[in-house]
Design a protein around this ligand. Structure first.
Ligand code: UDX
Ligand code: UDX
Length: 467
């Protein structure tokens, strides 16, 4: 049995990946009904909010797509059962965090949400269904999904009250969007990767993308190559950041300047200039998780040298965050007790409200452990989300979330700039200086501010990657 053409898509998981991806598909495929379902009722309510400022995720350009497609051919609901039943294609876009306990804890992904999605599909789907892995997953997850689906079909053949013939094709179609530029990335991807064994299913998924993506950008592979390529792409990107961050420390020690080195190195066309911005370490839900999945996979297959090689990318990342915390403490006379510190930026990068693995979290925690009083400001991250990151921490009474950068910096001893929001560059730094305690420090971990100008205003300035 097979699907002849795709008319109805269901996406399980209305998160940072599912929401934007389905919005772009709906916008380009008016003939397809796209249903995004989620178990989180509040999230779905927010997706359906008449006020587009209340959408659960912030992504430039997303509001326009929602205004155009929502309730036309794009629907957000908690109707998991009926949306699965009517779908020709089901995208699984649920979260896959690192396992906290048990086998592979700290390294491999917790697949419980993927597994429960597969079980729901097995239960509610009708006829032939193409199941697409959109979440980033450990290699061989497709096999797990297939086993669950096959087991349910076998169980049903014996059952007299359910004779309908369910069949499945499993496809891997990893998403390469980066948060903050998700809509642009989806509209104009470098490539679309589709892995699988069923050529007809691959064709049908390709046809969806061909509505706006040039056919030569669509790469098809076997399913394991597709799953692995996603991990490897993220590992390579993260490796560049760890490489440049490791050199930032050497620049500080030698008098070289990391931005100058980045430009000099990146203009070699073989190297390229992207992902060479030194900073407080990479954050986001994918890089660390995907590298650790890769490490786990290598160890599983006995490739310990390969595993160790990639694990060091993550180690350098933690080291970079840790050395920044230490450096702040050292410059502030070795103690933060009762010092007021402004944290500018809490999201893991600019133009998103996502805080997963944000360097701001670890650095803030290090400073709280030194008894600092933190005043945090981020243009898009909500108060609740910020407080949520410190839930299990003592000393969170020393935490204040502010409405503006000026409020956060008032009477502070130091400002730590941690996210590259452009508004921080355009602040009235003279006003901030006047309102701060002296000596007034700025620690610029994103190399965003003009050090010379800040020095002229009277600030003491530490900028990453230069002496
Ligand atoms: C994505 C990818 O899918 C993940 O593999 C990657 O590592 C990070 O990016 P993302 O969209 O960012 O995940 O996750 P999130 O914003 O947490 O959204 C996942 C959604 O799935 C949540 O809204 C959650 O409520 C929903 N969900 C989870 C279900 O609807 N059903 C479930 O069974 C589990
Ligand atoms: C990443 C991948 O880019 C994307 O392809 C994949 O689908 C998901 O993971 P994302 O994590 O959303 O996307 O953002 P990205 O732009 O890659 O940034 C990740 C982190 O690296 C951020 O903390 C960012 O600030 C940091 N970064 C990025 C640097 O420190 N320097 C750089 O030069 C680039």
């Amino acid at each position: 049995m097979s699907v002849k053409s795709v008319r109805n898509i269901c996406c399980i998981g209305a998160g940072y990946v599912g929401g934007p991806t389905m919005s772009v598909i709906a916008a380009h495929c008016p003939y397809i009904e796209v249903n995004v379902v989620d178990i989180n009722e509040k999230r779905i309510r927010d997706w359906n909010s008449p006020n587009l400022n209340d959408l659960p995720i912030f992504e430039p350009g997303l509001d326009k797509l929602i205004a155009k497609c929502r309730d036309v051919n794009l629907f957000f609901s908690t109707n998991v059962e009926s949306c699965i039943a009517s779908a020709d294609v089901i995208f699984i876009s649920v979260n896959t965090p690192i396992k906290k306990k048990g086998l592979g804890a700290g390294f491999t992904s917790d697949l419980k949400w993927v597994e429960s999605s597969a079980r729901q599909i097995a239960k509610f789907s009708e006829g032939h269904t193409i199941v697409v892995e959109k979440s980033t997953l450990p290699v061989k997850t497709a096999e797990t999904i297939k086993n669950i689906l096959d087991a349910s079909v076998e169980a049903r053949t014996d059952s007299l009250d359910n004779q309908q013939n369910k069949t499945y094709s499993i496809i891997s179609n990893p998403e390469f969007l980066a948060e903050g530029t998700a809509i642009t990335n989806l509209e104009n991807p470098d490539r679309v990767l589709i892995g699988g064994e069923d050529m007809q299913a691959i064709e049908l998924i390709s046809d969806i993308y061909k509505n706006w993506v040039a056919p030569e950008k669509i790469i098809t592979t076997n399913i394991w190559s597709s799953e692995l390529s996603k991990l490897v792409a993220n590992a390579f990107l993260a490796q560049r950041i760890s490489s440049i961050n490791s050199i930032s420390a050497l620049c500080e020690a030698t008098g070289a300047n990391i931005q100058e080195v980045s430009i000099a190195v990146g203009t070699d066309t073989r190297i390229g200039n992207e992902f060479l911005n030194s900073g407080p370490g990479f954050g986001g839900s994918c890089f660390k998780k995907d590298i650790l999945n890769l490490v786990y996979l290598c160890r599983y297959y006995g490739l310990s040298e390969v595993a160790n090689y990639w694990e060091n990318v993550v180690r350098i990342n933690s080291w970079q965050q840790n050395r920044i915390s230490k450096l702040i403490i050292k410059n502030l006379f070795g103690t933060l007790s009762d010092k007021r510190i402004a944290i500018l930026g809490f999201s893991f990068k600019a133009n998103t409200n996502d805080t997963r693995e944000s360097p701001s979290i670890n650095i803030s925690k290090d400073l709280l452990l030194e008894d600092a009083k933190l005043c945090i400001y981020d243009p898009k991250v909500s108060k609740d989300k910020i407080f949520g990151e410190f839930e299990e921490m003592h000393g969170k009474d020393s935490l204040k979330v502010c409405e503006s950068a000026y409020e956060a910096c008032k009477e502070a001893d130091a400002v730590i700039l941690l996210t590259d929001w452009i508004e921080f560059k355009n602040l009235d730094w003279n006003k901030i200086f006047i309102d701060m305690r002296k000596p007034a420090w700025v620690f610029d971990t994103r190399i965003l501010l003009n050090k010379k100008y800040l020095n002229q205003l009277g600030f003491k300035v530490w900028t990453l990657g230069s002496s």
